[in-house]
Design a protein around this ligand. Sequence first.
Ligand SMILES: [Zn+2]
Length: 423
Amino acid sequence: MVPDGTFTLTSGTPESRQPRRDRDGAVCLDIDIDGDGVIRRVSLADTTSPMDGLTLIAMNGRQVWPGFVDAHAHIDKCHTWGRAPNPDGTLLGARAAAKRDRLETWHYDEVYRRMDFALRTAFAHGTIAVRTHLDSQEGRTEPCLSAFLALRSDWASRVVLQGTLTLGAAKLAGPWGDSVADWAAENGLRLGPVVYDGPEGKALLDRAFDLAETRGLELDFHVDETDDAAADGLTRIADTVLARGFNGRVLCSHACSLARRTEAQAERTIAKVHAAGIGIVSLPMTNLYLQDRNPISTPRWRGITLLRELKRAGVAVALAGDNVRDAFHPYGDHDLVDVFRDAVRLGHLDLPIGDWPRAVTSTPAGMLGLAGRSCIAAGARADLVIFEGRDYTEVLARHGRGRIVIRAGRGISPELPDYRELD
Ligand SMILES: [Zn+2]
């Protein structure tokens, strides 16, 4: 059973029969994989016999997904909660804790070990590509940038690792902004301004777009990570893309406040985001943790952006992991199924679930320039995840049990690294 939207039937295969679909739109398929680990044919179940030389393996109705793509992580900070917890659970508390930890503890080996731990974990869960943000304020690029570059090459055969140099948009002013943009261009990275809406917003955005345009960089924003209904950086970014005719790829992550604006405002913004071709990355676990938190009361809103409205309007919407076991989010395990499960429950992405699994597979693959990866189709590498569960209720309830990760047609060891390695 393969999620709707995550596969392409091979042309020429019999399609005379109605596909066997479950009520969430998953389809029963036969997948022919050759000895080189390449998918040769994808057909409706029981409409073909296995290609010559292939062995038939009955999946007994298990769900099979393409490998996962995490479009937004912060593996420079992950697994630091133990020594740098967030004192009050707010975004400001998180920033202060992370800053202190960086100054006191981070050196090359320490950072490399945590980032490598994150990649081993993600790999074991079935992830094929990760884009991480790297804090890039003045004086803070090292040791993470060096560790990232080493890991990108050390992991190249197993996980596509991409990086974004991330810092407050105001910090791009002056020579530091040029330096960051130059490093991004030299090292195949993206520029990642963090946008807080305000009166100076337009000038800051113009500076970010100037830096990107002159160097041919993609822009990978954090924006509107707040419950303040007045925060509207997303519209400003869309307006800027449209006004300049910017043709580089633009991603916007979080966009929480969009869910706090009026229906009419949200509709206008979504139309502009669509027209500008901006992709939206939602980080449901972190947003749930940080948004609407105060010391005494129970949260009243879920913190997520308008996932369903954006997707309905034709905007590419991805779900990603963001922070793991750090001051911004003390939970998580670099597992996109965790993220997907939370998003389904928080955002009511069900009845039916339909093609929402694309939000952790082919949609972020497209955003990361990896179109064709993370899709079950003839000619693609057989990077798959096989669950024990046969429908979404079984998969999401026991998603870790019996999960088989296939890379290039072969099962990999699903061993997760031991937390004691980080002690
Ligand atoms: Zn982030």
